[in-house]
Design a protein around this ligand. Sequence first.
Ligand code: NAG
Ligand code: NAG
Ligand code: NAG
Length: 779
Amino acid sequence: MLSSLFVTVMGLALASVPSVSSLGTTCSAPLGGGTRAASDPFWMQSIKHQGIAAFNANPSTYQVFRNVKDFGAKGDGVTDDAAAINLAISTGSRCGGTPVCKSSSTTPAVIFFPKGTYLVKSSILPYYYTQLIGDATSPPTLLADASFSSTAVIDADPGLPGGGEYYTDQNNFFRSVRNFVIDVTRVPPQLSQGTGIHWQVSQATSLINIVFNMSPAANSAHQGIFMENGSGGFMGDLIFNGGKFGMWVGNQQFTVRNVTMNNAQTAVFGVWNWGWTFQNVNINNCGVGFDLLSGSTSDSQKVGAEAIIDATATNTPIFLRTSSSSNGQLVGAGSLVLNNIKLNNVPSAVVASSGVVLAGGTTTIASWAQGNVYTGSNSAGKFTQGNIAAPPKPAVLLDSSGKIFGRSHPQYEGYAVSQFVSVRDQGAKGDGVTDDTAALKAIFAAYAGCKIIFFDAGTYVVTSTLTIPAGTQVVGEGYGTVIAGKGATFQNIDSPQVVVQAGASGSTGTLEITDIQFATIGPTPGAIVLEWNVKPTTQGGAGMWDSYIRLGGATGTNLQTNCPSTGSGGTTNCFAAFLGLHLTSGSSAYLEGTWVWAADHNLDGDGAAQISIYSGRGILSQSAGPVWMVGTASEHHVLYQYSLVGAANHYMGLIQTETPYYQPSPAPPAPFTVNSAFSDPASVAGVTSAWGLVVNSSSNILVFGAGLYSFFTNYNQDCLTPQNCQNQILNIDSTSSVSIYSLQTVGVTFSLSVNGAGVVNQNSNPNGFSATLTAWTRS
Ligand SMILES: *[C@@H]1O[C@H](CO)[C@@H](O)[C@H](O)[C@H]1NC(C)=O
Ligand SMILES: *[C@@H]1O[C@H](CO)[C@@H](O)[C@H](O)[C@H]1NC(C)=O
Ligand SMILES: *[C@@H]1O[C@H](CO)[C@@H](O)[C@H](O)[C@H]1NC(C)=O
């Protein structure tokens, strides 16, 4: 989350089929391809719904899965379905509206929309911990009535009658919207309430597989996404047709992958940010691709940094509009990095208020930057507004067209419901109390690779290592599915044990994890929450989407307000994990929308109480790759948020981190100790807070967008203005080959260090609230 100072489909790609030889199990009828009959609905609609919210006040009656038609929605394109849809969302004392509820971990819901056209005359209001999911085989249309006059068809953070909003924008976690067509074309074009989604959200959120249809008229005021702030987040597989703006967006940071804008006046309007990464953007017949000229004067730009990799633009007069720069430095922020931008009849590539900065035409921009560019241990940057050397991009990270490979969240829309097996049907309880280890092991032994394994909503307690065999697909049910490690096995800080293994050590094959949360029930000082071992036989064949590691801060974890920020909770009772996510040396992983969060506050209760819990390490990668980390974040771990040791061939864009708020009291490694078996970073004199990113003995690492933040010293924010909450945050040893672009730091004196010595002082790159290092390469 936050700086409290800041009041601040339809690509139905079939899932890959596991190869029989690689299965770690003995099942006799391998899954093979999907067998859904054309007339069958999406499996999610027809599968038995028996998920539970283990820690809800009324688990026996609380309903996790809700089909909007069961709540009276017609989907006939004529009836106003808004009230019925909102009833489906709000039923069961959920978190939203009044009385004010800022967050809750006990009221998960999946709101399912069968195919059809749902007319709405007012907004759909998804509450906290909600997924809105349309039939992926035939995405339903949400049709705004001509009279529609609310903020947006879907409003993820509505205003409250007396002022303020439902949720705190930087804490508006756990939201997803998937598989819809949102149509506002009936709203008169000149009215801006023709808006698809108001998406003012933070971590653990996604928009996936949505088409936005807006008026293409010259006077169109329609917009696809309206986002004024937050701390996100991931969105991808989106198509915007028409409109004044495809996206009108401001947020601390965000990752956008695979979006297409057709016939918009402006494809992306940036209102403000610290740093955003756009990957695979396709702009056709728009007026302006990216309009970042959002400051109050022509020279003051509030978009801190935009990093765009793999874009195409066709028949669009201006690819990007930025503020001007002069005197060899940025004026009003405006760091830009452009990589592999193919222009086709785009006369101007980059235009500042002073005029054209980079001419366009029909051409490819290989690598271009605006901002200060650094190399090696030279602390002096070179202000650049021009071509820069292109980073090496190992072929294993690229698709056949030379773009960074991407893979959408698998939804198994081609599969029949008979191809799934429910873990509750097979004897797992998911009640947050029963030890489900044996039941889950038996299910994997019997069904891995033969069925898609459906984890009905529930908290599944495991007390020894649970291995998900190579060849397996596991699917959760909204935010309700949690696998939680508990007990003595995970309590030895000197002998850490794995809670869940993605593939046994050395295994090869497909492995897909979607919509699962991994957690611990503390204290668990010796828990390695998720160990990723599997290596796929196809590119990106082992991956995880919309799945999170959530440590403490939620009912049932034993790590809540008993661990207050005042320190009176102690440490031994407040250990949440030894390590969050470990990518081991033989593995390869595609991670999209991954958040490894040691809670800084309690999601339940008032949703604001700060807590001190201790997780040793965030994400450790020793993988030789390929590894893609698309829209990932790691927060509040003691030694580091991301550490790469002996790693190779990683694409990381964007990564976001926060340092624990209690540091430097104690300073790392306390309350842990340095463990050389896990290649912990050597301590550096004067460094008394966690690393955001540390890289050692690694090669071919491409970081395309990073936001590394330190908002506190021992819960005090006086360090923010002088930017000295900590001294260093990103350390690269002298042997690693790393390229870093669009790096934002907050509250840190040195944005980048080499061999433990600060190199780039933030004061050479002031950029509003953050400092931006536009590019750093080894040489
Ligand atoms: C976010 O935007 C809302 C308006 O929608 C505003 O009330 C709030 O103060 C903003 N938050 C920050 C952190 O700027
Ligand atoms: C991009 O999204 C479209 C749907 O908008 C989908 O058909 C396509 O498969 C996606 N491509 C990638 C590389 O994810
Ligand atoms: C890199 O790792 C090696 C081996 O673990 C260690 O000796 C060295 O100190 C590390 N370098 C840095 C800069 O942390």
